[in-house]
Ligand binder design. Structure first.
Ligand SMILES: [Mn+2]
Length: 359
């Protein structure tokens, strides 16, 4: 074979590569168009029966030199890449996506706003244990110009033998104390059966990490007119988290606050691993406000100040922490709740980092 002939063959290969590029690009555009039509018809992007038929046709037409397996593999890769394009398009299509709404969602709760650039605090005991306990925490929260009081009434506990919360009685206590101190109150529900009571007594309904993919519950709170604070699941990816929020949104409730609360990793130095980069990612990918629950993310009192500062610095719309009059005897999360003195120091330490409070 002469040098000249080799050059010629190589030029031909270059031409063919360009043709292959043109052809697979055209194919990809067609797949995108098909994806659009399927979306309008509510059909799933992946159609295994059609894919099998296409592969069979290719095998039939094959005259070598590739064997069937190699050819099928090559085409499967092209199919996969095209399908990924459709998935990307669908993700951009989520109603919670920034691509669908450029402006930030701002949520008005009794005249206080969340998501408008002011960085807020939600504070309160892990669990509502009694009227006196909740009232004493509310007094501290109020003292610091914080407007949102949290408190668990239905507690999702790892062990069934642990304190399960006061239930509806706890919600009533929160309401009473909230009214007394003009605070908006937030509490978790774990079942759609408790939605009526929640709507009656609280201002923001929390969906906990363990229920992030409880789709029936998401749909139920999606039909409520109360704002929802949706915590990220223990092992949820950002994509899964966004889709969970989409359930609430498409059920009719657009007032959703996202809350990063740490994810499960191999690390044992903290209770969970705070995924701090999730905050700017969620702010970019969605138009929803994003909070950081530093108490559950770390499980460590000594890390509350640095992680809260990090959350504010990275652009979170707010921080959530737990405060208890006497954490050592708290019925839940006693290792990470702050006492009142620690809460004073916490507020002083994070105020210079942008925390918004009212005099
Ligand atoms: Mn807790």
């Amino acid at each position: 074979m002469s040098e000249n002939e080799l050059e010629q063959l190589r030029r031909r290969i270059d031409e063919l590569n360009e043709q292959i590029l043109d052809v697979i690009s055209e194919r990809a555009s067609l797949v995108q168009k098909i994806g659009e039509i399927k979306k309008q018809n509510g059909a799933p992007p992946y159609d295994p029966i059609r894919e099998r038929a296409i592969l069979d046709r290719i095998v039939e037409k094959n005259q070598g030199p590739f064997n069937t397996e190699t050819l099928q593999h090559l085409f499967k890769e092209i199919f996969k890449a095209s399908l990924n394009l459709q998935e990307d398009d669908r993700r951009k299509g989520l109603l919670v996506s920034r691509k669908r709404k450029l402006e930030d969602t701002i949520i008005d709760i009794n005249g206080e706003t969340i998501g408008d650039g002011k960085q807020r605090l939600i504070a309160g005991p892990c669990a509502v244990e009694s009227y006196e306990q909740t009232r004493s925490v509310a007094e501290q929260v109020k003292k610091h110009g914080v407007k949102f009081l949290r408190g668990g009434a239905f507690k999702p506990r790892t062990s069934p033998y642990d304190f399960q919360g006061l239930g509806v009685e706890g919600l009533k206590i929160l309401r009473q104390v909230g009214d007394e101190f003009q605070l908006s109150v937030i509490s978790e529900i774990m079942s759609a059966n408790d939605l009526d009571a929640a709507e009656q007594y609280i201002d923001i309904i929390q969906i906990g990490a363990r229920n992030m993919q409880n789709f029936e519950l998401l749909k139920a709170v999606g039909s409520s007119n109360k704002p929802v604070l949706l915590k990220r699941g223990l092992s949820a990816t950002i994509d899964e988290y966004m889709k969970a929020a989409e359930y609430v949104f498409t059920s009719g409730n657009e007032n959703i606050i996202l809350c990063e609360r740490g994810i499960r990793t191999f690390e044992k130095a903290t209770r969970n691993t705070l995924d701090i980069s999730a905050v700017p990612i969620l702010k970019q990918e969605t138009h929803l406000p994003v909070f950081v629950d530093v108490t559950h993310a770390t499980g460590r009192r000594d890390l509350l100040i640095p992680t809260a500062r990090a959350a504010l610095a990275i652009g979170a719309d707010g921080v959530m922490v737990e405060v208890h009059p006497d954490p050592s005897v708290a019925l839940s999360d006693s290792a990470q709740q702050m006492d009142f003195q620690q809460f004073d120091a916490f507020i002083d330490a994070i105020k210079p980092y942008g925390l918004y409070t009212q005099a």
